[in-house]
Design a protein around this ligand. Structure first.
Ligand code: DC
Length: 221
């Protein structure tokens, strides 16, 4: 394995923004594993596969090919030959991804791809199970979290800035549901690895969070 930094944590903790920025500073590749679970969810949605039907999901997995490429340093996700990166980040896809990521077959397929990416290239990888399952020997492990309220208000502000009119209560309850689903599944639930450094960003801003993580990385290089 090349040098690996694992960042895990719940939805909305800022993992991808932070991991991207650190990857740029350190000139590592950034591997967004949530994007892979979202990509496979898009296949299930497009093919009308019931997210609660494990047999159907298992069968469908055999027809899914996901690969990762980098364009100007940005991760691109290719699903059966089509670059679907631009449609990954929507609320509905995230919800279905959380539901279909509970299945062993889905996880096995994507974990193999994640390990292969980390085998040859220095990377910073974020997700839910990187430090516990995907890269248990990662050189640095961070568990990045924030209170439900802090995560919900950040998301609320982001949507307001985009000109949308979101409901804070709906955002908060979506985050709570996603936390519950990701933390309570049988296969690789989200939890802090024993050797991960816990960072709670509820009361610190983005720059401070990045600084704190870089300090942890430097101490462990
Ligand atoms: O980080 P995200 O919101 O893009 O992830 C979408 C869903 O994918 C998340 O709710 C659970 C699943 N996921 C996972 O099970 N394991 C990972 N390593 C990354 C994401």
């Amino acid at each position: 394995m090349a040098y690996a930094i694992a960042i895990d944590g719940p939805a909305g903790a800022g993992k991808s923004t932070i991991a991207k920025s650190i990857a740029k500073k350190l000139q590592y590749i950034y591997v967004d594993t949530g994007a892979m679970y979202r990509a496979i969810a898009i296949y299930f949605i497009k093919n009308n596969i019931d997210p609660t039907d494990e047999n159907a999901i298992n069968k469908a997995c055999e027809h899914v090919d996901i690969t990762i490429a980098y364009l100007n340093g940005e991760q691109q996700v290719i699903l059966n030959g089509e670059n679907i990166t631009s449609i990954l980040r929507n609320e509905e896809v995230g919800k279905i991804a959380s539901k279909t990521s509970i299945y062993a077959k889905v996880r096995k397929k994507l974990v193999e791809l994640q390990r292969e990416l980390a085998r040859t290239t220095d990377c910073i990888m974020d997700g839910r199970d990187i430090g516990t399952t995907v890269l248990p020997n990662a050189n640095v492990k961070i568990y990045l979290t924030a209170s439900v309220e802090a995560r919900a208000s950040r998301r609320y502000k982001e949507l307001i800035e985009k000109g949308e009119s979101p409901s804070y209560e709906v955002i908060k309850s979506d985050i709570e549901n996603r936390d519950y689903q990701d933390m309570n599944r049988e296969n690789s639930p989200l939890k802090q690895a024993d050797d991960a450094v816990l960072i709670d960003s509820s009361n610190i801003d983005l720059d401070e969070t990045i600084e704190t993580i870089i300090k942890v990385i430097n101490e462990n290089i």
